[in-house]
Design a binder for this molecule. Structure first.
Ligand code: NAP
Length: 239
């Protein structure tokens, strides 16, 4: 019989964790002793990824079906976390789509722009609204929005319009949430993982472990850590 999980272990939920950066963030958090809710939209993929990640780390990794664009799916996940743990310590909004290198803003297909926003901006926003009560119930809550330097207005040029606009919106959301949740002790930050060799990033990017570590930094901040910031590898990026 396996030992029962440590009830004092931080409870972390990672979206889009069936592959890429989200999956590696789950592995690293489990390695640090967190109870990890490894979530994704395919039930089979979350089962398989959670089983493999638990095997790699010896940690408590639970599969949970969650599509960030679907109100019912998010509500069901909230109910499950509330029933099982009564709090959420770390929310990592990682799920992302449509790095549209094939588009320009001046000729963009707005259907693609809307789709990107649905997952990359409204998805994290929906998650933040739904999980805010459980984050407030934690004594050390952290909310991490996995963004991109593509969303930085300070350095923005043309190209990748759907992706860049959705990440700029996500950065704005980060600032608003950090301010509104500061009084509850929830540290809210945006992170760029850098160019990472995943399905989205393609070959040539840095190893997934390095990109994920950039995210784990913001997920494991001390209580006196920053909030309302934008970081890569723990160093501030211009908004
Ligand atoms: P990836 O390999 O394409 O993985 C994306 C993950 O998001 C997959 O698990 C995918 O699940 C999931 N997902 C997509 N739509 C979803 C939805 N509606 N609900 C739940 N999960 C959903 O991408 P990645 O490179 O790991 O990127 C992770 C995050 O890092 C993204 O936010 C991305 O914008 C950001 N980022 C990446 C890079 C890079 O170079 N890779 C650079 C900067 C920022 P399915 O398997 O079901 O599709």
């Amino acid at each position: 019989m396996s030992p029962s999980p440590d009830p004092t272990a931080p409870v972390s939920l990672v979206t889009g964790a069936t592959r890429g950066i989200g999956r590696e963030v789950s592995r690293q958090l489990a390695g640090l002793g967190h109870t990890v809710l490894l979530t994704g939209r395919s039930p089979e993929a979350v089962e398989w990824a959670a089983e493999e990640t638990a095997g790699q780390t010896g940690g408590e990794v639970r599969p949970l079906r969650l599509d960030v664009t679907d109100d019912d799916s998010v509500a069901a996940a909230v109910a499950e976390v509330a029933h099982r743990y009564r709090r959420l310590d770390v929310l990592v909004n990682n799920a992302g789509i449509h790095y549209d290198t094939w588009q320009r803003a001046v000729t963009a297909d707005l259907a693609v722009v809307r789709e990107a926003a649905e997952t990359n901006l409204y998805g994290p926003w929906r998650m933040a609204i739904a999980f805010a009560p459980l984050l407030r119930a934690s004594a050390h809550a952290r909310l991490v929005n996995v963004s991109s330097e593509s969303g930085s207005l300070a350095t923005m040029g043309g190209g990748t319009p759907a992706y860049s606009a959705s990440k700029a919106g996500l950065n704005a959301l980060t600032r608003m949430l950090s301010d509104e949740l500061r009084g509850d002790g929830v540290l809210v930050n945006a992170v760029c993982p850098g160019w990472v060799a995943t399905d989205m990033g393609g070959p040539g990017g840095r190893p997934v472990a390095e990109g994920a570590a950039s995210v784990v930094y913001a997920a494991t901040l001390p209580d006196d850590g920053p909030t309302g910031g934008f970081f890569r590898d723990g160093r501030p990026l211009p908004w």
